[in-house]
Design a binder for this molecule. Structure first.
Ligand code: ATP
Ligand code: MG
Length: 503
């Protein structure tokens, strides 16, 4: 396997000494033959012995002068995530710096326990040291992973503390009001609707729910009341709440009869309780889930939303969103979906801003929320100076309904971090990413069980990294593949300094 195509491969001090030593030996032995009138055989013996002695000495020198980290050909801030593992035994492992400007998005692939989350933590530590910020979305990870990231953030300093939105710890979780992320009513309605409904939902009920939401939000805004899921639920169930909001809204609306007023006083009022519950049952059952005792404090906060998603990219703040699937089942999935749906909108807004500091979006267990929004995010992130890192186990994680989805996802990345992979399809995909190289294959001719001594050599194409090589990697080892950087290197990921256990 060819692993020596990385830009870091140069002649070491040891190798230089070896070459110089060889040249010196030949020169001295020739002079010695002349000077001492030796025969040619004696000269050859002298050269051989000298080469042996000096060769051994230069090997020693190689071991002593361990190669220092060399600079990768890169621009901008450099981060060190791993050490290169060389096939040649005399080459010492060497740090592999990568320029932040040199990659767009990173795809991390690997089986359970292969080292993906450890890699993310190393990545976080390195970007923090370069004064970049991150948003980490975790659908599954252990609480311990979170604590370790907290420790890394603490050690790396920074002006703002790490914010943690951890739904599995609902008593301590910071508050988040999905209705106040966007100022615009239309954006808010569209966003809430996309979280509550999907392509299988009945179009009529979805559009009716959107109308109800639109009128409710307009009514709350006109009455200068905070938009919350709880207040929308009250508008639905309590006629006294509707009347007092309509009264308060009159102050700002004046004599004009607003659409929401007509809707609530005429249309909604005229519906029988049965018709209401039929038309809005889907919307109300989800609102009830968000307003349950456990979640009300988070999603219908009394004060301002503590999680200010609208300006995450601007604030020099790091944020963790942890929504383990097993905690609230389908509701967890909707909450994750909500966060993912917000991101493209925020990215578009970020594009228009100047002086944007590089920002990183990290998705561990990326498989849990793979749909078209992810491709949209990957596309928009690049032009908004946002880098993405997604981890996955295998190709199947990217096999959404659309057969082209896997290919479209893969083409969005230009740095592939490939840990141990057992799945044959995924190994083939990764080998293809490493591309083929020209090689020669010698075939000898056999006749009646004996080698005839005749041989033919022909050109063949083979994968630079063979599919089976992805199965032999140890924990923490991976191939870093970046065709645009001509990087095809086996490496050992460095655990983060902050959490390294010292013996
Ligand atoms: N680079 C590394 N150096 C040393 N040990 C490592 C390294 N990476 C991982 N490990 C060890 O392997 C264990 C599992 O690693 P990690 O949690 O990063 O795997 P994972 O791929 O995220 O697994 P999962 O799919 O279960 O989330 C770690 O707890 C650590 O002990
Ligand atoms: Mg993990």
């Amino acid at each position: 396997m060819n692993q020596n195509s990385s830009p870091q491969q140069q002649i070491s001090i040891g190798q230089a000494l070896g070459i110089a030593g060889l040249a010196g030996t030949i020169f001295i032995a020739t002079k010695a033959a002349e000077r001492f009138h030796m025969g040619i055989q004696d000269a050859i013996i002298a050269i051989t012995i000298s080469v042996g002695v000096i060769g051994a000495a230069s090997m020693g020198a190689m071991m002593i002068f361990k190669r220092k980290p060399k600079k990768a050909k890169s621009s901008g801030a450099e981060i060190v995530l791993a050490k290169a593992i060389h096939q040649e035994w005399w080459k010492a492992d060497q740090a592999l710096p990568i320029g932040m400007q040199d990659f767009r998005h990173i795809l991390v692939t690997g089986t359970t326990g292969s080292g993906k989350s450890t890699f993310i933590r190393r990545f976080i530590e390195q970007i923090l040291s370069k004064k970049k910020n991150f948003l980490y979305i975790d659908f599954k990870g252990e609480r311990d992973d979170l604590d370790q990231i907290g420790k890394i953030c603490k050690e790396q300093g920074g002006s703002d503390p790490l914010q943690v939105f951890d739904i599995s710890n609902s008593e301590k979780c910071i508050t988040f009001n999905p209705l106040t992320v966007f100022e615009s009513v239309e954006e808010t309605v569209g966003f809430i609707s996309s979280v509550f409904f999907d392509e299988n939902s009945n179009e009529y009920y979805q559009s009716e729910a959107e109308r109800f939401l639109r009128h409710s939000i307009n009514l709350l805004d006109a009455a200068s009341e905070t938009r919350t899921f709880e207040s929308i639920q009250k508008i639905y169930y309590e006629s006294t709440a509707r009347s007092s909001l309509l009264k308060a809204s009159k102050k700002s609306a004046g004599l004009i009869v607003a659409d929401y007023e007509t809707f609530f006083t005429k249309e909604f009022e005229a519906l029988s309780p049965r018709d209401r519950s039929e038309r809005y049952s889907g919307l109300m059952s989800i609102l009830a889930a968000f307003n349950s005792n456990e979640l009300k404090r988070i999603f219908s906060p009394e004060g301002e939303s503590e999680l200010k998603l609208a300006n995450i990219f601007e604030a020099k703040r790091n944020l963790i969103i942890r929504v383990p699937g097993e905690v609230f089942g389908d509701l967890s999935a909707r909450i994750v979906k909500a966060f993912i749906k917000i991101i493209p909108v925020l990215l578009v807004k970020r594009r228009e801003e100047r002086n944007r500091n590089e920002y990183c979006l990290l998705f561990d267990e990326g498989c849990s929320y793979m749909d078209e929004t992810m491709i949209e995010i990957l596309k928009k992130a690049g032009s908004a100076n946002v880098k993405m890192l997604i981890t996955r186990m295998c190709d199947a994680d990217f096999q959404a309904k659309d057969p082209s989805f896997l290919g479209r996802m893969l083409s969005s990345f230009n740095l592939f971090v490939c840990f141990q992979t057992m799945d044959p399809d995924t190994r083939d995909t990764l080998a293809r990413i490493s591309m083929t190289i020209q090689d020669t294959k010698a075939t000898s001719r056999w006749s009646q069980g004996a080698d005839t001594g005749e041989a033919s050599v022909r050109d063949v194409q083979r994968f630079r990294i063979h599919p089976s090589d992805f199965g032999t990697l140890k924990t923490g080892e991976c191939f870093m593949i970046a065709p645009t950087l001509n990087l095809y290197q086996k490496v050992r990921v460095l655990p983060p300094e902050s959490t390294r256990v010292t013996a």
